[in-house]
Design a binder for this molecule. Structure first.
Ligand SMILES: [Zn+2]
Length: 456
């Protein structure tokens, strides 16, 4: 007999697929019978009443957990005939096509309406038992090519603890910054300095030499949040230590930094802390560091090429890919949170599916524009990263892409369709809709930063 955890996992997966398919949030309910469970979901309040006989009944087999989909039969009838998973189901449920009565057909020829389901018996009487929680130990491995790699619960826990320990070590004495993060390691004058991105609400205090280098870059050419980036924070930290704030002479700073080396690496959810991925400086940090005397070349602009035209064909296939990719992303839980199945995700992402890259790096209206990609394929874990931010924001979030250009961000949409960029300097409001957010990213409109209170 399948375990309670496995049963809940199956019901949760079913609900994700149904939410994406039906376009409203489906909360899974289970009704037990001798052969297994019927999984179903109440219709939305005020929603349309389904056509009689138009629905389908889904049965979870008690022994194997196999799903049997029975179209057009009310649950009670399907349960009474159920004899086992799909192989035998064909014989048990013969000729039960989904009826599609023609318009104006007499009511008497239509099948009887779906009877109400019996009350839930032994298995979860409380729908909250299906709310987000830690993954079951025997969770199904997804066979989808989409979605992040699935770690065992133990390994996910181990990596989360290692990352938390690293964040705490790099930021002692103050509340730990949230993921995603970038660690900057600067070796200068025989000493090693480290810093993270500055995520506190108070603005960081830079060494006068760094502040001067930043101020020399016009606002419209500055990368979002660059003054909070760890590469500049770590240089300020080193200059304060080596000479104090009294040394405002740029030539002094340049002498200190001429032989320095700087390395950046990413701290991301689900990644092994002992083998981090290298990261790059953004355009503004790169410019400021070179002007401060660090070895390196000034970064260049990249003018956006004309976007390729999207053909009208293949929409059905793109919808199917989008739905599968979204479901595969949701299927991988974090240690503390799960991603929500927002009912509008397929409609939202399909126009950009399977991915929509924009290459650019140039001055914008209020700030610099950088490359970004809207992508239905989420290759890394984000459930805890976005779950933590959701608690601050008061709205659930789902990943829809990311930004390059040294921002290393996650682009995310919330349940009110608002779009945010989440990077190592904090979270930024891009727009009330995805369309608006894309314009913000293309034009370089200003992007307010989310405060600790969840407002901006
Ligand atoms: Zn930067």
């Amino acid at each position: 007999m399948i375990s309670q955890e496995r049963l809940e996992e199956i019901a949760r997966h079913w609900a994700v697929g149904e939410t994406l398919r039906r376009g409203y949030e489906c909360e899974p309910r289970l009704t037990e019978f001798p052969g297994g469970w019927v999984v179903w979901s109440p219709p939305p309040a005020g929603g349309a009443v389904p056509e009689p006989g138009s629905g389908e009944t889904v049965i979870i087999d008690r022994e194997t957990g196999a799903l049997t989909v029975v179209p057009g039969l009310p649950p009670q009838v399907a349960m009474s005939r159920y004899a086992g998973p799909a192989a035998t189901a064909q014989a048990v449920y013969p000729a039960a096509p989904r009826p599609t009565p023609p318009p104006g057909a007499p009511v008497g020829t239509m099948p009887p309406p779906l009877p109400p389901l019996p009350p839930v018996l032994s298995v979860p009487a409380d729908p909250h038992s299906l709310t987000p929680g830690p993954p079951p130990p025997n969770a199904a491995l997804t066979s989808s090519p989409f979605g992040p790699p699935r770690l065992s619960a133990d390994e996910a826990e181990r990596r989360a603890m290692a990352l938390a320990a690293q964040l705490a070590r790099l930021n002692p004495g103050v509340p730990a910054p949230t993921l995603p993060q970038v660690v900057a390691t600067l070796e200068v004058a025989g000493r090693t300095f480290q810093a993270l991105g500055h995520t506190a609400d108070a603005e960081p205090a830079h060494h006068p030499a760094v502040a001067h280098a930043l101020a020399a870059i016009p606002p419209g050419s500055r990368t979002r949040g660059a003054h909070r980036h760890p590469d500049l924070i770590v240089v300020s930290k080193a200059l304060f230590e080596l000479g104090g704030a009294a040394h405002t002479d740029p030539a002094w700073a340049a002498r200190q930094l001429a032989g320095a080396t700087l390395r950046l690496h990413l701290l991301r959810e689900g990644a092994p802390a002992d083998n981090p991925t290298p990261a790059a400086s953004c355009n503004t940090c790169g410019t400021a560091l070179v002007s401060l005397g660090m070895p390196g070349e000034l970064p260049r602009d990249l003018v956006r090429p004309e976007p390729p035209q999207r053909g009208a064909a293949g929409r059905a296939a793109l919808r199917a890919i989008t739905a599968e990719a979204v479901a595969a992303t949701i299927a991988v839980p974090g240690v503390r949170h799960r991603l929500p199945a927002l009912p509008f995700l397929v409609d939202l992402l399909e126009p950009y599916a399977p991915f929509h890259p924009v290459l650019q790096s140039q001055s914008g209206a209020a700030q610099r524009v950088e490359s970004f990609t809207l992508d239905v394929w989420t290759r890394e874990q984000t459930a805890d990263t976005l779950g933590d931010l959701s608690e601050r924001l008061g709205a659930r979030l789902f990943p829809i892409g990311g930004e390059a250009g040294g921002l290393h961000s996650i682009l995310a949409v919330d349940e009110h369709h608002r779009v945010f960029a989440v990077d190592h300097a904090g979270a930024w409001f891009l727009g009330p809709t995805l369309e608006d957010a894309v314009q913000t990213l293309l034009i370089g409109r200003s992007t307010p930063r989310l405060r600790t209170t969840g407002t901006w």
